[in-house]
Every structure is written in structure tokens, then in C-alpha cells.
Design a binder for this molecule. Structure first.
Ligand code: AP5
Length: 207
């Protein structure tokens, strides 16, 4: 199975949900720039404080910040046998910076998994999302409610008006990244509708 992967798709497509499953099976780390930025915010670092205003309005954090995070992260020892990028790259300059970084590290991408879902179900998915405070597992208040006793939180950017802005930003800034990887023949298109298990099975088949 492939070892250097990108997961791409609109907000709420199920990237985080599927990444956690793939990580267990492939034994490669999930590298989520969203999670890294939220951790920096929670720790109150200067980078986290800088990222906050972009994230809360649904805008992207400036390229140089996230490229710096990924440059550092991919050099860590646990990435030597592979990695799964979740939420990066999401602009063309980020994709070009990643190409250059992988070239420097002597690595090559195996596949770009594009999870496709229509826009309307995404709003319902995101407004009902809850995340475990303990292990980051992702739940949904209706379709996959957290068990009693599990402490969860709701993300600041999962409010409807911010969700709509994130979807618009995806169309404008991230969709061109798909063309970049299509040119390299790397994109595997996955229907992200249906149950979580069905989507996992489709990804398994595509890889
Ligand atoms: P980030 O954290 O990356 O958020 P995102 O891309 O908007 O994606 P999400 O995490 O919202 O959705 P997901 O696809 O992972 O869905 P999930 O599995 O949780 O980024 C947040 C912000 O950080 C950005 O807006 C930006 O400001 C900044 N940022 C991050 N990376 C950046 C970068 N590279 N450059 C610049 N800025 C960056 O699922 C969602 C819900 O749906 C859950 O409740 C889940 O239970 C449910 N669900 C999942 N699958 C299914 C299914 N098959 N059927 C029904 N429900 C399902």
C-alpha cells in the first residue's frame, strides 16, 4: 500500500475521520495542519495567536506559516516510513513548496486521495461535529454521538456562517491544487457520501 499520501477535499468531507483509520492500518503518522494550528492556539504560542484570526473567520493562514510547520514536521524520524498529509497543501504555492521539500528529502508522493461530497450535507456534518478532548476522536451529535462520559468540544469555526466561508475558500484557493496533482497522475477520486465504513472501503480499493 502507498506510504506518502495526501488527503484533500472540502471542509467536512471526512478527511480527519478517514485519516485516523488509515493511520492505524498503515502505521504512518497523520499530519494535520489544522490540528497543529489548533494546538499552537491552545498553547498560546505567538504562531497560534497569529493563526487565530484567520481560522476564526474561515480564511486560510498565510502560506509561509504552514509551509514552515510542514518543513519541520516531515523531517521528524516518525515520517521516515511514510506520512499522511491532512489539510495540506491547500494553495498552489503550498503544493509547489511541498514538491520542492520532497525533492530535497528524496521522497515522492504515492497518491493524492480526493474525497468528494456535495456542499449541502457538509454544513450539517460540520455543525454537528464534536471532538473528544482526550484522544481527538471525531463524533457527530446525530450520526455518531459521543458515548456518555466522553468529554467533547465544538470547534470555533464550525458555525454556519464560517462554514460557508470555508467552503468558498476551498473552491477558490484549494480546488486548483487538484489540477496540480492531476497533471502528475496522482489523484484518486473517492465518493465521500454514504457511511464512514463505505468511504473507508472505497479508499482501500483506490490505494
Ligand atoms: P482543518 O482543521 O484542516 O479543517 P478543514 O479542512 O476545514 O476540514 P475539517 O477538519 O473541517 O473536515 P474533515 O474533512 O476533516 O471532516 P471530519 O472527518 O472532521 O482547517 C481548519 C482551519 O485551519 C482552516 O480553515 C485554516 O484557517 C487553517 N488551516 C489548516 N490547514 C491550513 C493550510 N494548509 N493552509 C492554510 N490554513 C490552514 O468530519 C466532519 C464531520 O462529519 C464529523 O462530525 C464526522 O463525524 C462526520 N462524518 C465524517 N464522515 C462521514 C460520513 N461518511 N457520513 C456522515 N458523516 C460523516
Amino acid at each position: 500500500m502507498s506510504r506518502a499520501l495526501i488527503l484533500i477535499g472540502p471542509p467536512g468531507a471526512g478527511k480527519g475521520t478517514q485519516a485516523k483509520r488509515l493511520m492505524d492500518r498503515l502505521r504512518i503518522p497523520q499530519i494535520s495542519t489544522g490540528d497543529m494550528l489548533r494546538a499552537a492556539r491552545a498553547a498560546g504560542t505567538p504562531l497560534g495567536l497569529q493563526a487565530r484570526k484567520f481560522m476564526d473567520s474561515g480564511a486560510l493562514v498565510p502560506d509561509e506559516i504552514v509551509i514552515g510547520l510542514i518543513d519541520e514536521r516531515l523531517r521528524e524520524p516518525d515520517c521516515s516510513s511514510g506520512f499522511m498529509l491532512d489539510g495540506f497543501p491547500r494553495t498552489l504555492p503550498q503544493a509547489q513548496a511541498l514538491d520542492a521539500l520532497l525533492g530535497k528529502l528524496g521522497r515522492k508522493l504515492d497518491a493524492v486521495v480526493l474525497i468528494e461530497v456535495d456542499e449541502e450535507p457538509l454544513v450539517a456534518r460540520l455543525s454537528g461535529r464534536r471532538t473528544s478532548k482526550v484522544d481527538g476522536r471525531i463524533y457527530h451529535v446525530v450520526t455518531d454521538p459521543p458515548p456518555p462520559g466522553v468529554e467533547v468540544f465544538q470547534r470555533e469555526d464550525d458555525r454556519e456562517e464560517v462554514i460557508r466561508e470555508r467552503l468558498a475558500v476551498y473552491r477558490r484557493q484549494t480546488e486548483p491544487v487538484i489540477g496540480h496533482y492531476d497533471e502528475q497522475g496522482l489523484v484518486r477520486r473517492i465518493d465521500g457520501s454514504g457511511s464512514v465504513d463505505e468511504v473507508t472501503a472505497r479508499i482501500d480499493r483506490a490505494l
